[in-house]
Structures are given as C-alpha cells and as structure tokens.
Design a binder for this molecule. Sequence first.
Ligand code: FE2
Length: 309
Amino acid sequence: MNNTIYVDAKMTDDQRCEHLYNGQLFVYSPRPTALGFTSFAREMICEGFDSSDPTRAQFDMPVEEFVKIFAPMKPAFIHHAKTKKLIQEMLLEFGCDMANTYLDVPRLRAVTSDAYLTAGVGFAHHPHRDTWYSAPMCQINWWLPIFPMASESSMAFHPKYWDQAIANGSADFNYYEWNSTSRASAAQHIKSDTRPQPKPLEPMELDPQVRLVTEPGGAILFSAAQMHSTVPNTSGRTRFSIDFRTVHLSDLRSGKSALNVDSSPLGTSLRDFMRSTDLTPIPEDVIAMYENAPVKEGVLVFRPEPMMN
Ligand SMILES: [Fe+2]
C-alpha cells in the first residue's frame, strides 16, 4: 500500500472516507469553525486552571491537584450546550453529509509532559487500533489540538501495521464490561492505570512512525483501524486536545469500511453515536448487524469518560 497524507484536500465526504478506509491520513489547516471549537475549549481550560497558559500549570501543582481540576472539566465540556452547536458547525464546514453522519460526544484530553501524569485522565496510550476497543471498522477519528503543539507532544501513526496483523488482546475486551466497570474510574488512576485494555501481545516496530503537527483550529482525521500511540510528551508543555468519532450510516448498512486485520473485541460502541442533525441514535436494526455480545444492563446510558487517543 502507499501512505498518503492529504493536506487540505478538496473532496467529497464519501471520497475522503474512501481514502481513510484505505489507511490514508488527512490533515487540515486551521478553519474558522474548528478554531471556534478549540477556542471554546481553550477558554474553559484557562478558566479551570485560572491561568492564561495552562500548558505549564502542571509545573505549579501536585499531580493530584491537576487531576482534581481537570477531571470535572471533561464532562463539563461534553455536556455544555455550546459544544453541540460548535461541532455541528464544524462538520458542516468540513463538508460532511450531515444526515448520513453520526458522531459520538467530543472528548477533552490532556497529555502532560515529563511523565507527570500517565494514567487515568492523562492516560498515555500504548500502540492500538480503536477497533480493538469495539469501534466499528468504518469509524473515522477526528483530532484537534487546543494549544500550539510539537512533534514531542503529538500522536504517532504506525502505518506499517495498516495491513499487517499482530497478536493483541482485543479478544478479551468486552465493551459492555468496560462501560460498566473500568471507564467511570478513570479519575482514580493517577500513578498507574490498572484498567484492562487490549494491547499488542508481540514486539512491534514502532519506527519509522508518522507524526502530524497542526496549529490550533487544524484537524487530523484517521481511520479507527489505524495503528497509533501517544508520543511520550517531552515538550515541556501539557498537550490538550479534542477528539471525536464519526460513522456514516450508509457505510454501516453496506459494510463499506477499513479491512479488519486483527480486531476481535466483544460488543459495539455504536450506541454511543448520534445523528449529527438531530442527535437521534443509530437505528437498532443497524446496530444488530454489529452486535456480537449480550448487552448488559446499563449499556444504553452513555458514560462520559475518556477512552482513546
Ligand atoms: Fe486511539
């Protein structure tokens, strides 16, 4: 396969998905709606840390204090009335077919520098595909930096593994179990993270790796099947970012997606998605096509804690 990074590509939503399903990456320069979205998050973070430069706040407080301030910001951001409006505006500007596009709630993340906080709400992710965590194979991930970032505080892609399977723990991952136990406890994990997560079970070649760096208001799009990891942050600044996921209903129905080379989790995250126009859920007959585990009581209640990226 080739590895292409499309910069500010002018193409339809379907064409973009086609390329993403083939393992290509997309990066966009700052656009007004995305900048509006990240600026809103930036204001919230500055206010929460009572600082004009929260990317340095970690150096002025013990890690427990950092978690105490940041943890409540995550659900506050998700549920703020403005968040929904801003994300809809952004999807429109990015040419999404709104009636066909379903999204989950946008998450706010912090990756601190110098291994200050590597667990729970600041979890630094080992190499993984989101599809190991019960994401559908046609899921698209959107990622936006909130403050200026550096290669040393970015995300790494490992495209060698796009079509190469590796032994991994996804067969032991059950999305419904995760929702009912591990997810809600993220803020309790400060020094270490004991939540069971699907990991590579064999040595990997993580170099060469691809890192994309864009300004606040820029965006990075990639397939949920793409192998990626959190770069150990050595930039001297906390990286704050937003991410969310979209799926096309038509592709869920037709089965058009990235190829599944090694993902075999139980359950599906599809109940977390809402239509971008009116926030209605994905029709149950479509979810049933992806259901491979008994649904546990409580799974329909969305839990606004972070999982990936
Ligand atoms: Fe991820």
